[in-house]
Design a binder for this molecule. Sequence first.
Ligand code: NAG
Ligand code: NAG
Ligand code: NAG
Ligand code: NAG
Ligand code: NAG
Ligand code: NAG
Ligand code: NAG
Ligand code: NAG
Ligand code: NAG
Ligand code: NAG
Length: 468
Amino acid sequence: MTKRSVSWRLVTCFASPNLSLNVLCLVVTIFVLLQNLVISHYQQPILLPPSLFTYLNQQKEPKEISKNETAYLVETLRESVTFLPLKDLRFSNKPLVGHTWFMSSLYDNQTKGEVQYQEFPSDSSKGRLLCLKGVDDHDGSWNYYALAWPQALPVNASLQEGFTFVSYNHYDYGNMWHGLSSMVPFVAWSLRNQCAKPQRWVLYHWGELRFKMGNWLSEIITATYGQEPEFLRFVDENRPVCFEKAVVMRHNEGGMSRERRMEVFDLIRCKARNYCNISLTERSKPRIGMTLLMRSGPRSFKNESAVINVFKRECKRVDGCELKVAYSSNLTFCEQVELMSMTDVLVSPHGAQLTNLVLMDRNSSVMEFFPKGWVKLAGVGQLVYQWGANWSGMRHEGTWHDPVGERCQFPDTDRRCMSVYKNGKIGYNETYFGYWARRVLNKFSIRKTQDVVERKHGYNGSLDGCRC
Ligand SMILES: *[C@@H]1O[C@H](CO)[C@@H](O)[C@H](O)[C@H]1NC(C)=O
Ligand SMILES: *[C@@H]1O[C@H](CO)[C@@H](O)[C@H](O)[C@H]1NC(C)=O
Ligand SMILES: *[C@@H]1O[C@H](CO)[C@@H](O)[C@H](O)[C@H]1NC(C)=O
Ligand SMILES: *[C@@H]1O[C@H](CO)[C@@H](O)[C@H](O)[C@H]1NC(C)=O
Ligand SMILES: *[C@@H]1O[C@H](CO)[C@@H](O)[C@H](O)[C@H]1NC(C)=O
Ligand SMILES: *[C@@H]1O[C@H](CO)[C@@H](O)[C@H](O)[C@H]1NC(C)=O
Ligand SMILES: *[C@@H]1O[C@H](CO)[C@@H](O)[C@H](O)[C@H]1NC(C)=O
Ligand SMILES: *[C@@H]1O[C@H](CO)[C@@H](O)[C@H](O)[C@H]1NC(C)=O
Ligand SMILES: *[C@@H]1O[C@H](CO)[C@@H](O)[C@H](O)[C@H]1NC(C)=O
Ligand SMILES: *[C@@H]1O[C@H](CO)[C@@H](O)[C@H](O)[C@H]1NC(C)=O
């Protein structure tokens, strides 16, 4: 027996349940240690009591793992990577709660007030990478996810190097508001992570793949990250794709404090203005800019000239007020950014074009209009621009609900009426609009003389690397 194996066997002998053997081991160990100390340079065999010698000889050497076995274990690990459906139908009654129905086996990192996210590899993934599989753009339960160690990626997998943002959006990426909501947590995360930029995006809606976002949103992302977003296309359902580094968001702004949201919109606003080369000077901006942002089609004003006239009249009464009338649908992205940077009071029907409000200077005002029926039937969704105004540091100055409009054959509160009211048009009440506009303009003038309206558009990011 070599000294090494004797030492090893002595260790195992301590673990033996036999007490007298333990004591013997202890004595012998001390003896061996002394022998080593005193006569370590004499190559002498270790002398052991015969009973112990017999016992130790029965113990096995620790098994060394051969190269062959390592390869075998890696292969086993590779085979054991298990793909689960991205959309877990067991949670279809509460798809947005907690772990959601998207990657339902995984939990977010939740720190109070901060964005809820998952990062791979990370401590909580035990160093495993995220792998995705599937090409379905109609049913998310036919797309899959798995975690795998980088040394044992699943069979047929390819590795995408760099940094990938994986987005879950319960609504869609075309609508400006819904799209922006799903991007907010990524920007917030980047702000806290040295402005990390994604090399690519993977977009999911209900676990179904999406390959593009609306133009406005795509421009916002381009401006914010200084590069056009690239959307990953999976080509072969048998070939999983694993990501060197991935961040997954599935809760939009959920969990983020108002302060964190405001930081995100401050950055987006500033980046968008820089991207569009807008340089504001005190002189180039009216003292008070009032903008009527019109829609055409659903939720447009029935009699535009009547509405325009009321606001024109009220604006004229206020020193330095300038009224602009625009249709967001025929403005380019940068024209919208520029218009918003000149707007202090935004007047507009409920609709996606209102998402532009986040691009105004902070503390600007919003006036919103609804067709008949919405207040009772449209649910909390009708409040999104009130929330959006609050989260981006604006002031929502209230809503007007048209009391007259389309007729519905059912009672007013019947849900079936929503399909009638949804795309209704909006009338006007000259008295009310006039009074409302006067009140908002007055409040704004007062704020302005108190100089609480942020005139500078620079983002003073105290966060390194994200300055704008
Ligand atoms: C290595 O693994 C192969 C296949 O598993 C086996 O056939 C072979 O006998 C192994 N060789 C050694 C030296 O263990
Ligand atoms: C969660 O995020 C915080 C920072 O936001 C980080 O310090 C922490 O390590 C993360 N926890 C896990 C388990 O990843
Ligand atoms: C790997 O890819 C090949 C060719 O696409 C396919 O035939 C095979 O089934 C795949 N293997 C697995 C485990 O998906
Ligand atoms: C902004 O200015 C830069 C440099 O002058 C130019 O390359 C870029 O095209 C301009 N962007 C827009 C949107 O006008
Ligand atoms: C719009 O309203 C004005 C009053 O401000 C009225 O003179 C005009 O006839 C209306 N137009 C339509 C199409 O109803
Ligand atoms: C803008 O759009 C509206 C309706 O969509 C149209 O009537 C108007 O002519 C357009 N204006 C310009 C300048 O293109
Ligand atoms: C936003 O909402 C919070 C709480 O609901 C409120 O305290 C705050 O004053 C609001 N901010 C603005 C700008 O309306
Ligand atoms: C218009 O608004 C005023 C003030 O709120 C209100 O007194 C009046 O009844 C409204 N007119 C109509 C036709 O709804
Ligand atoms: C906005 O208004 C609030 C309250 O009047 C004020 O404290 C703040 O400094 C103003 N400016 C900005 C950029 O929030
Ligand atoms: C930015 O803000 C920090 C405090 O948040 C302040 O100390 C610094 O002076 C500001 N920088 C500029 C250029 O305004």
